[in-house]
Write a new protein. Structure first.
Length: 687
């Protein structure tokens, strides 16, 4: 329980005991937590004072285990040079080259020799406070995850599964009234079918599953596949009761044929597990739809009708057809307006269906039209469980300004109307800094990290002179070589240089050395002198991780990376938990990962968490510079809704906006109130 609560809310639940622990014992607990960069709140310490010594000892054991995992201190970080960075600084380029050759031939690490140990660390970041929570707040985590109006990450899915598995029948009291996002409905529904007895789960699904695609997602979730449907699923054998349920859900929604044709091959594979003809008398519509798929019978679909209208220039007819599917209409609005000779023919039906468009889609349409054509690149994330971004040159024709203004007015008016029906917020303070944090629409491919971050968000860098990038991994089924690199770009995205295994020193930066085998785990570090880099006209530093031996990260027992903020480089250990700002797990089906970029001019970190496609040979940063450059341009030119826009709309609709934090009844800010890191709450309550 506390592992999830600590990771998601920075809180703990501690059951009151009968006393026995002394102030000295509690101070020892506080000191151990501070060594890892955390501090216990006064409320937590007061609750610990009610524990016995045995209970306090067990609490500390579990707390340290969880905190070490959060910051990456649960592993020993041993780079090629054990006394990094002093040991690297004292060697010539020729000596470093010979050490690398010796390691490649023998796989042995370099000896520390007579290099003196570094003095103790005398600095660190402000510790993260751990608060005292309650069972009710902890249980609300599940309610918000299930009620999210956008996709969940792999860690979110694991937490949903944990709640259902632990609570079993008791989980139904924690479910929201409706599960609005269909991917999440499939995930929750599959977990309920696996872990709860009785018919309550089936009743819930019969009430909320509406389309054939909803049924397909549920079947995919039961087989552990990708519920976004971006990847095919190898369907597992299904229990008879689950087969009957899926066919029943398919039958209850009317004729499912058209919806099934959208994913025809998936349905054919699923049909091999469902055996629909066995239940032909009971589910005739479902069986007839499968017959159309198997026999390739002619069928006129909705999309073919829309495309036929567009090919013949009947834009108004296409718009009227799309009005029956508001979400599709909103997504194709830009295209329709470009084709239309009379924008009013498109805008009038859109105005009518706007109340039936989901809030996330409507907000994205609003921001898209507000900023249309302002950037030379169009960047977008394809659906799927691996984080990729595509970037295209902006070549779309301009739209009439009047039409653009009408679209934004329609979307803004509907959002304000919709939000005004929610409970009032009173006087609201909206922090201008929230403009740098994006709305968490899609988290399905987000990696597990110390802080929950949204791609493209910009976080301020701590006031320090140095940054130390770090990487830790362990061999998979064979020898595994993961390379840590830092690619340097100028203010105009011009490539300058790279710090990597073939260039350990340059531009005020130092690499700890290339480790090519990690049977017991290995680490690599890169030190960056921020002042020196700025003097040398470096603006962007992109952190890049390459699987040189081509194993995808999902095949490794463990691999994680991150960055530290350091006042001095040669103090303390190479890895100091107190200086860790962010840590991210690498577990995607990819061989190249770009976790973040440092913007030295704006003094911020742009969160990337992106993957690149691997070439068949020589997977190093040199052979992927064009891709790294394109990803940098794409992530820094994203046009996505930010939290300032979202919260300002809520403040206007549900209260009044004030300029000062003091006296505000509702605070939206980076540090307190509703923050960018309250992703669960934002997805469930503000979208």
């Amino acid at each position: 329980m506390n592992e999830i609560y600590l990771r998601r809310r920075g809180k703990l639940w501690v059951k009151a005991g009968e006393g026995g622990a002394t102030a000295q014992h509690i101070a020892a607990v506080q000191k151990e937590a501070q060594q890892l960069g955390f501090v216990l709140s006064e409320a937590v310490m007061a609750r610990l004072a009610t524990l016995s010594l045995a209970e306090l000892t067990e609490f500390l054991r579990r707390l340290l285990r969880d905190l070490r995992v959060l910051v990456g201190a649960h592993r020993v970080h041993t780079p090629l040079y054990p006394r990094f960075p002093l040991q690297v600084l004292s060697l010539s380029e020729a000596e470093r080259y010979l050490d690398a050759v010796h390691h490649y031939l023998t796989l042995k690490r370099v000896s520390a020799g007579d290099t003196p140990a570094a003095p103790p660390l005398l600095h660190g970041l402000a510790p993260r406070e751990i608060g005292l929570g309650s069972v009710e707040e902890f249980e609300s985590l599940f309610t918000r995850l299930a009620g999210a109006r956008s996709s969940l990450s792999e860690q979110d899915k694991a937490d949903v599964e944990w709640f259902v598995r632990q609570y079993r029948d008791g989980i139904f009291r924690l479910l929201p009234r409706a599960i609005p996002f269909k991917e999440n409905l499939a995930l929750v529904g599959a977990a309920l079918l696996r872990h709860t007895p009785g018919t309550a789960a089936q009743a819930l699904l019969r009430d909320q599953v509406k389309t054939a695609t909803d049924v397909l997602r549920l079947a995919v979730a039961l087989s552990g596949g990708d519920v976004s449907l971006a990847k095919s699923t190898r369907f597992q054998a299904l229990k008879r009761q689950h087969r009957k349920l899926l066919l029943d859900l398919l039958e209850q929604g009317g004729d499912p044929t058209e919806d099934m044709l959208r994913w025809g091959e998936r349905w054919k594979r699923l049909g091999e597990r469902l055996h629909p003809r066995e239940f032909e008398q009971r589910f005739p519509r479902a069986c007839a739809a499968f017959a159309v798929l198997r026999n390739k019978q002619p069928f006129s679909s909705f999309n073919s009708t829309v495309e036929a209208h567009l090919r013949t220039g009947q834009v108004e007819a296409a718009a009227l057809a799309l009005a029956t599917r508001p979400g599709d209409f909103a997504r194709r609005l830009d295209h329709l307006l470009r084709l239309s000779q009379a924008p009013s023919d498109v805008l009038q039906p859109f105005r009518q269906v706007c109340p039936r468009v989901s809030t996330p889609v409507l907000l994205q349409v609003l921001v898209h039209f507000r900023h249309r054509g302002q950037h030379p690149l169009r960047a977008f994330f394809p659906k799927g469980e691996v984080a990729k971004v595509y970037a295209l040159a902006e070549q779309r024709s301009a739209l009439p300004q009047e039409a653009v203004e009408q679209v934004t007015a329609i979307c803004e008016g509907e959002l304000l109307r919709r939000f005004s029906a929610l409970p009032p917020l009173g006087a609201c303070f909206v922090d201008p800094g929230l403009r740098h944090y994006l709305v968490p629409f899609s988290q399905r491919s987000a990696s597990r990290s110390l802080r929950t971050l949204v791609r493209g968000s910009r976080l301020p860098m701590p006031d320090a002179g140095f940054v130390r990038l770090f990487l830790w991994w362990m061999n998979g089924r064979g020898r595994t070589d993961i390379d840590l690199s830092a690619v340097l770009f100028g203010p105009d995205f011009d490539y300058i240089d790279a710090l990597t295994y073939y260039k350990l020193q340059n531009y005020g930066g130092y690499h700890s050395g290339d480790v090519v085998d990690a049977p017991q785990g290995a680490a690599e570090f890169i030190d960056l002198d921020l002042r020196r880099l700025r003097e040398l006209r470096v603006r962007f530093v992109v952190m890049v991780l390459n699987s040189y031996t081509l194993q995808p990260y999902c095949d490794l027992p463990e691999c994680f990376a991150g960055w530290m903020s350091r006042q001095e480089l040669n103090s303390g250990e190479a890895f100091e938990p107190q200086t860790v700002v962010d840590r991210v797990d690498l577990a995607s089906d990819a061989g190249i990962c770009l976790p973040l970029v440092l913007d030295l001019q704006e003094r911020c970190v742009v969160w990337m968490d992106l993957a690149l496609k691997v070439r068949p040979r020589w997977n190093n940063v040199r052979n992927h510079l064009s891709g790294v450059s394109l990803m940098l341009r794409a992530i820094t030119s994203l046009v996505k809704p930010d939290l300032h826009t979202l919260f300002t709309l809520h403040a206007r609709a549900r209260g009044r906006q004030v300029d000062l934090r003091e006296g505000a009844e509702t605070v939206f800010s980076v540090q307190d109130g509703v923050t960018p890191f309250d992703v669960d709450r934002i997805r469930a309550e503000f979208l």
